[in-house]
Design a protein around this ligand. Structure first.
Ligand code: GLY
Length: 258
């Protein structure tokens, strides 16, 4: 059984952090409806969905991917790069404690989970504006004893590494080469986002299925052969979010088992 941890969109989502996007009005009711559709897609993909309560004082708290990184062996609480997001961590710690032992990235290092792409036993870490070298060093110290390799990857022009590249199948990556050098990912097959859809590289792989935004039809046309569940994610996209950002997916196992 897979567990998907999500969090209700904050009533203050419209005041979210924005780095590369102009602010647009966010329809909160629509965001909530889209979040329910996203949860339904997670269930259709085989997840039990755990939804945390909204946090009015934390605009970006729907993006649960950033305060934690979950591996089979443990969960690592991050120290988000945006100070406004650091208050998101304690609730994620409470939510993850039943499933994993917890480690923590310590100040002054900063790391967003959106910058961490796990492919097998390699953690690619985006060197974005949110995640720094000190965090990479701490992460390496935590996971190297567990057999993981940590590889820093420069990211330019977008918020997070997973804005630029995600894994959509074994050895297959969906990418925007303007934002990341795909040569860093070995001999993986690269599917390029369509011209005019720069933000289309973020897909959420859940088991054998993909959850993917309906906003990128030309890139979607390149995903034939994949089992895709489409969701309307327009409101979180306005908040510089994406489909991976809105959940933490983990296999069910108790913290004591790690
Ligand atoms: N609005 C998402 C973020 O900046 O973290």
């Amino acid at each position: 059984m897979l567990i998907a941890i999500t969090r209700e969109p904050s009533p203050s989502l419209g005041a979210c952090e924005l780095t590369h996007l102009e602010r647009q009005a966010i329809d909160l009711d629509l965001a909530r409806a889209q979040h329910r559709q996203y949860a339904a897609a997670l269930r259709a993909a085989g997840c039990e969905v755990v939804t945390l309560a909204e946090a009015p004082e934390l605009p970006d708290s729907v993006f649960v991917e950033d305060p934690a990184i979950v591996l089979d062996e443990l969960a690592i609480l991050t120290r988000p790069g945006a100070p406004s997001r650091r208050g998101e961590v304690p609730e994620l710690a409470r939510a993850l404690a039943p499933y994993r032992r917890l480690a923590q990235i310590e100040a002054p290092a900063t790391l967003d989970g959106g910058d961490v792409l796990r492919i097998g036993k390699t953690l690619y870490v985006g060197r974005s504006g949110r995640s720094d070298e000190a965090a990479l060093v701490q992460l390496r110290a935590i996971v190297t004893p567990l057999g993981y390799e940590v590889v820093g990857v420069p990211v330019l022009g977008c918020l997070h590494l997973k804005s630029a590249i995600t894994e959509i199948g074994e050895g297959v990556l969906l990418a925007n080469r303007e934002w990341v050098d795909t040569g860093r990912f070995g001999d993986a097959t690269i599917i390029d986002v369509a011209p005019g859809e720069p933000s289309a590289a973020n897909a959420l792989k859940v088991g054998e299925r993909l959850i993917y935004p309906s906003s990128y039809p030309e890139t979607a046309a390149r995903l034939s052969g994949f089992d895709v569940l489409y969701v309307d994610a327009s409101e979180v996209i306005k908040a510089e979010g994406a489909v991976t950002c809105c959940s933490l997916i983990l296999t069910q196992r108790g913290a004591s088992a790690t």
